[in-house]
Design a protein around this ligand. Structure first.
Ligand SMILES: [Zn+2]
Length: 248
């Protein structure tokens, strides 16, 4: 059965913050995906495969970025372009052109988010898909339900108006959701929603809590290989068997 890993990044920057991945690491990770023959997909293709059985590549992967940091365009996009990889960026519509202010009280470093003009410019090219991540990045299980509905629909409408095309995919801020929030996501017209639950996706999984694999700053290439769940090369298998036999 086909497994679909969905990678989750935030900032691609030379900062030591845990949610940032250094451009040098990012380029090594993308080169690794290329070496292993992964084919990047947009979430539309994932939806059509999981909901309708429309065939996809045997080795699919989805690359996502949360929040819409400007460095995604400056640092990640040139690398994605070099490999011909596509990616989805989930943006917080009220804060584009500003910073990640929803985190300001937690003492989190403030980083610039891309502007609407930058988003519209790069959206003309097919590699990047922009999807809503709410208007103001709240914890959706902790605000009044009428506000939840507003966050879901207003961010969708604003982004669709700006792009001139429909947005069908959503990512829960902080990965925070419950059944009621999921129902509201469905009712708003989304086709999928990304969580931060760890795992690979298979046909039959819940489309409104897609698993993702967060890539962290401290992840070395060996960690990255491990999270992709690639089987070890054959020589390693035989070597381990040989060693096991020696040790009786
Ligand atoms: Zn976020």
């Amino acid at each position: 059965m086909i497994r679909i890993p969905i990678l989750m990044y935030h900032s691609i920057d030379d900062s030591p913050a845990p949610a940032c991945v250094r451009p040098n690491s990012f380029v090594r990770q993308m080169a690794h995906l290329r070496r292993l023959g992964y084919e990047t997909l947009h979430l539309d293709a994932v939806y059509h495969y999981m909901a309708e059985g429309v065939p996809i590549s045997r080795k699919p992967i989805v690359i996502t970025f949360d929040d819409g940091y400007q460095d995604n365009l400056q640092n990640a996009y040139p690398i994605l372009k070099k490999y011909g990889f596509c990616a989805t960026i989930f943006v917080v519509t009220d804060y584009l052109g500003l910073t990640n202010r929803w985190n300001a009280r937690g003492g989190v470093v403030q980083r610039p988010l891309m502007s609407w003009a930058e988003l519209r410019e790069v959206a003309k090219e097919p590699l990047l898909s922009f999807q809503p991540h709410t208007c103001s990045h709240p914890r959706l299980t902790q605000i009044p339900f009428v506000k939840v509905k507003e966050e879901l629909s207003k961010s969708k409408e604003t982004l669709e108006d700006s792009l001139g095309s429909p947005c069908h995919h959503f990512a829960y801020p902080y990965g925070d959701f419950n059944e009621k929030v999921q129902d509201a996501v469905k009712e708003t017209g989304y086709r999928t929603a990304c969580s931060v639950l760890w795992g690979h996706n298979r046909r039959g999984n819940d489309l409104f809590s897609l698993f993702r694999i967060g890539v962290r700053n401290q992840d070395r290439l060996s960690d990255f290989k491990r999270i992709l769940g690639e089987p070890p090369p054959l020589w390693k298998y035989y070597w381990l068997r040989f060693r096991a036999r020696l040790s009786g």
